[in-house]
Design a protein around this ligand. Structure first.
Ligand SMILES: C[S@@+](CC[C@H](N)C(=O)[O-])C[C@H]1O[C@@H](n2cnc3c(N)ncnc32)[C@H](O)[C@@H]1O
Length: 197
């Protein structure tokens, strides 16, 4: 943390400790030599001290909050062997809100590069709850979706990732997002690798 530039808020999706790294599928299967990253949920009590949105907030024993964000995955997930929704805990006080978007029907999962990759639109929606936050930290960035959303909205993002392969994927996705910023948003400068810790 002391090595990081200043940040205004944290938006993150830590490992939930549910073994998502050992699941089936192209990106879900643990590769030889790859890091096991979802054996247990990390202590994220330090994150909760900042303005923060924490996906999987129901797994971390965080303080009571009425401000939960709900991602309703839509009709395609109803009654199937998948979660129909996911929950994000907020450190600030607000009304609970629901974002409805089917990641299959919308094509969000096309070209998915991480077993628990979030839709860019979902992370853009989250950033709307932190309007004054210019620089966002994601300490568990995975394939970099939070930083892609930041790039598209003209915010700065700082990401940390344990797995070198996911770090490279995130770097490429963020670079691509800077090449294609959203209209009407002034483009921030491109990605920089700050270091290996
Ligand atoms: C749930 S995934 C995040 C997925 C991300 N939201 C996306 O859209 O791709 C959590 C990530 O945290 C990383 N991770 C686990 N422990 C970590 C640690 N101590 N420091 C940094 N990253 C870590 C894992 O490698 C994994 O990629």
């Amino acid at each position: 943390m002391p090595a990081l530039d200043k940040f205004d808020a944290i938006v993150t999706d830590p490992p939930y400790g549910i073994g998502a790294d050992k699941g089936v599928g192209k990106y879900g299967k643990l590769k030889a030599g790859a890091q096991r990253w979802d054996d247990c949920a990390p202590d994220v009590s330090w994150v909760a001290k900042y303005p923060a949105i924490i996906w999987g907030g129901n797994y971390f024993g965080l303080p009571a909050s009425r401000a939960f964000l709900v991602w309703d995955k839509g009709a395609g997930f109803k009654g199937r062997d998948f979660a129909e929704c996911e929950l994000a805990w907020c450190s600030f006080d607000a009304n609970a809100r629901i974002f409805s978007r089917d990641p299959l029907a919308s094509g969000d999962y096309r070209g998915k590069q991480h077993p628990t990759q979030k839709p860019i639109a979902l992370m853009q929606w989250c950033l709307g709850f932190l309007p004054g936050a210019e620089t966002i930290l994601d300490p568990f960035m995975g394939s970099g979706t939070t930083l892609v959303a930041c790039a598209k909205l003209g915010r700065k993002g700082i990401g940390i990732e344990l797995d070198a392969e996911y770090f490279d994927i995130a770097y490429r996705r963020v670079e691509e997002a800077y090449r294609q910023p959203d209209l009407f948003v002034s483009a921030p400068s491109g990605p920089q690798q700050m270091g290996f810790l």
